[in-house]
Design a protein around this ligand. Structure first.
Ligand code: HEC
Ligand code: HEC
Ligand code: HEC
Ligand code: HEC
Ligand code: HEC
Ligand code: HEC
Ligand code: HEC
Ligand code: HEC
Length: 435
């Protein structure tokens, strides 16, 4: 057993070394050797990519001097800073506290820079790592270690780092240079990232009873108050997800919604109790309990539909209609492990990457049902947007119809898909040379 572990560890290092060695770029993560960072990367992830500009003037400055000169150069920054708690503090936290004083060696602040003065918030944020994926603290490595990150065209992946930079700098929810807690308490602080088909948190929240109250009356609420009992008439994203702690991961059970979980394990029961305590600020426990049992029932139903389609795909594989089957396909160009230890990869347990691109139509239909219809239904149920749940389940039904029709077509036509698309498709070989 132990030698097996040692072997896989050796292979792990070997794999990483092989991948790193033959690449072109100076990226980061498992496939860092295969891609080069964009110019914007130095802002998304300053710790990995920022290099100080030496084309600017020389000199070491005091805070007032930075402010005076930047008032003319970047007035927006100075206006924001002047209105901030940092400027108003007894000992003002001025430009050098976050950027350094030597203009030839300026830094762009990382979470560690803020940690110098905000150890508690930074500590709670980093603690998210304990709860695994997804989490803000792990978001950057999660994105760059995704196989499709390196295999997709560069123009499509720049956006990933924008949202996933929530891990590598602290100005995502309270933006620079105001750094306002009041701003972060509002739903607008979250929805620039928490939107779109795989995570429609914005639409589902705004359609819920809570979101409707926020839209109708939010401008009259006092946002300077902390997120605690009695301070708000209806909850916002941060109220529910960051209640009592400066992090979002400690209560998550269904997480992203990518797989079925058992909400009744002892660990999940503890998390549910924490969720219900949040609801009890404004509801009785029975309302909360019922809301969660509705969520669990919706999830069970959605997974019933997904499993039925997975079974159908399994059958097509054993009939050799889907061929080469995922487990027989060449690995992603970057994936050394898959080349020595191939896995069947459709659906969560079989890995996501293969379900994204260069697959047969029927596999892609399944992917869309799983990743868009299902994830949307989940968020509708989690956030109490009932009509949204109906709509997403209708979409699942129509995806199932499409999948069944495509299965019949494949069986009838005797076609074998996806053929060599997996190897030759534009998301594999092509990009390896162009990223
Ligand atoms: C509390 C910390 C903090 C203070 C104080 C601070 N900054 Fe920043 N500043 C940041 C953060 C965070 C960023 C964003 C870094 C990134 O994008 O990776 C930033 C970015 C910048 C940028 C690049 C921004 C852009 O949009 O192009 C400039 C220029 C800048 N700050 C100037 C200043 C000046 C001048 C002051 C003083 C008036 C100041 N900063 C005070 C935290 C701070
Ligand atoms: C005499 C004028 C002057 C002073 C004093 C000055 N800056 Fe700048 N700073 C500039 C100019 C010019 C730029 C480049 C702006 C641009 O590219 O549009 C700049 C750029 C920056 C940037 C952006 C760096 C990047 O990599 O994007 C930061 C951060 C910054 N200054 C912070 C400071 C801090 C902190 C101080 C005080 C220690 C300071 N500045 C003092 C003129 C000044
Ligand atoms: C040199 C110490 C120092 C550094 C570095 C620093 N801060 Fe602060 N921060 C303060 C002080 C002092 C306050 C005001 C506390 C108060 O008024 O009670 C504050 C307040 C805040 C607040 C609360 C504002 C409000 O509306 O209540 C936020 C948010 C914040 N900082 C974020 C950051 C972030 C993000 C960074 C890193 C980019 C950072 N700070 C870096 C000292 C610092
Ligand atoms: C700059 C983009 C960005 C902003 C702003 C942002 N998030 Fe996120 N959030 C992400 C990303 C990216 C992930 C997924 C990270 C990963 O891949 O592990 C995530 C994950 C989460 C999760 C999942 C945690 C889990 O354990 O399942 C929750 C909950 C969450 N965010 C809530 C919020 C809330 C509440 C706000 C606003 C107060 C917010 N986020 C603001 C980008 C953002
Ligand atoms: C609009 C913002 C946004 C963009 C752009 C974005 N993501 Fe995400 N991503 C998120 C959020 C938010 C979550 C977590 C949602 C949740 O927990 O419900 C997430 C979750 C993830 C996850 C973890 C869930 C999983 O599938 O295991 C991965 C991996 C991921 N994103 C990779 C990427 C890659 C690669 C790209 C670029 C092709 C990308 N993301 C683009 C916001 C974004
Ligand atoms: C997902 C959004 C989000 C991110 C990312 C985030 N914050 Fe916050 N932050 C908030 C919210 C919401 C509040 C208000 C909390 C409350 O009222 O209980 C807050 C409040 C604060 C405060 C004021 C003290 C307090 O707890 O009220 C500080 C200081 C702070 N954050 C620092 C940081 C630092 C440092 C980082 C990076 C490690 C960071 N924040 C990243 C959402 C965020
Ligand atoms: C009334 C409380 C409440 C509000 C308000 C709320 N959520 Fe949620 N959210 C939940 C619950 C409950 C779940 C499902 C939790 C579980 O079982 O994992 C969830 C799930 C999520 C998830 C998946 C990760 C997780 O924690 O399971 C993300 C991401 C998320 N919400 C983001 C948001 C965003 C962004 C907003 C605001 C636009 C928001 N939520 C508003 C209660 C809330
Ligand atoms: C800060 C107060 C607050 C918190 C916290 C809160 N809610 Fe609500 N909730 C409300 C208000 C106000 C309404 C609207 C009631 C109405 O329509 O008369 C509401 C409505 C609802 C509804 C619609 C059905 C109904 O009772 O009218 C559900 C379901 C619900 N909440 C579930 C939850 C769950 C689950 C949680 C915890 C994850 C939660 N709420 C947390 C204030 C809150």
């Amino acid at each position: 057993m132990r030698s097996l572990a040692a072997l896989s560890l050796t292979l792990l290092f070997l794999g990483a070394a092989v991948v790193m060695a033959d690449g072109v770029g100076k990226g980061i993560g498992l496939y860092g050797g295969e891609w080069s960072p964009d110019p914007m990367s130095e802002y998304w992830d300053p710790k990995s990519f920022h290099t100080p500009r030496t084309d600017l003037m020389e000199g070491v400055y005091r805070g007032e001097e930075c402010v005076d000169c930047h008032e003319g150069i970047t007035p927006g920054i100075v206006t924001g800073w002047r209105a901030s708690r940092h400027a108003a503090a007894d000992q003002p936290v001025s430009c050098p506290a976050c950027h350094g004083a030597d203009h030839q060696k300026l830094i762009l602040p990382t979470p560690e820079t803020c940690a110098g003065c905000h150890e508690k918030q930074h500590g709670e944020f980093m603690e998210e790592k304990r709860f695994g994926f997804p989490s803000h603290a792990l978001a950057m490595e999660r994105a760059v270690d995704a196989k499709h990150f390196v295999d997709k065209p560069k123009a499509e992946t720049a956006s990933c780092l924008h949202c996933h930079s929530v891990a590598t700098k602290c100005d995502s929810c309270h933006t620079r240079h105001l750094f306002s807690a009041a701003e972060a308490r509002r739903p607008e602080a979250c929805v620039s990232c928490h939107s779109g088909p795989p995570h429609p948190d914005d639409e589902t929240y705004y359609a819920s009873a809570h979101g409707k109250l926020y839209l109708a009356e939010g401008d009259k609420w006092d946002w300077s108050k902390p997120l605690a009992k009695g301070n708000y008439p209806a909850p916002t994203c941060a109220y529910c997800h960051m209640y009592g702690k400066h992090q979002v991961a400690d209560k998550a059970i269904w997480k992203f919604g990518l797989r079925e979980v058992n909400p009744n394990t002892s660990e999940n029961k503890v998390k549910r109790a924490k969720w219900r305590a949040v609801c009890r600020d404004c509801h009785d426990d029975k309302t909360a309990e019922e809301a969660f049992s509705t969520l669990d029932k919706e999830r069970k139903r959605a997974w019933g539909k997904l499993y039925a389609m997975e079974d159908l795909l399994e059958d097509l594989r054993s009939e050799k209609v889907i061929t080469p089957a995922p487990g027989q396909r060449p690995a992603y160009p970057t994936d050394f492990f898959d080349s020595i230890w191939p896995m069947i990869r459709i659906g969560f347990l079989e890995g996501q990457a293969s379900a994204f691109y260069n697959v047969s139509l029927i596999e892609r239909l399944y992917f869309e049902m799983w990743y868009f219809d299902n994830l949307g239904a989940y968020k509708g149920a989690a956030h109490g947007a009932d009509e949204f749940v109906n709509l997403q389940h209708q979409k699942m039904e129509s995806s199932m119809k499409g999948i069944r029709a495509e299965a019949a077509r494949l069986r009838h036509s005797g076609k074998r898909e996806p053929g060599d698309l997996w190897l030759k498709g534009e998301y594999t070989d092509f990009n390896r040379e162009n990223n």
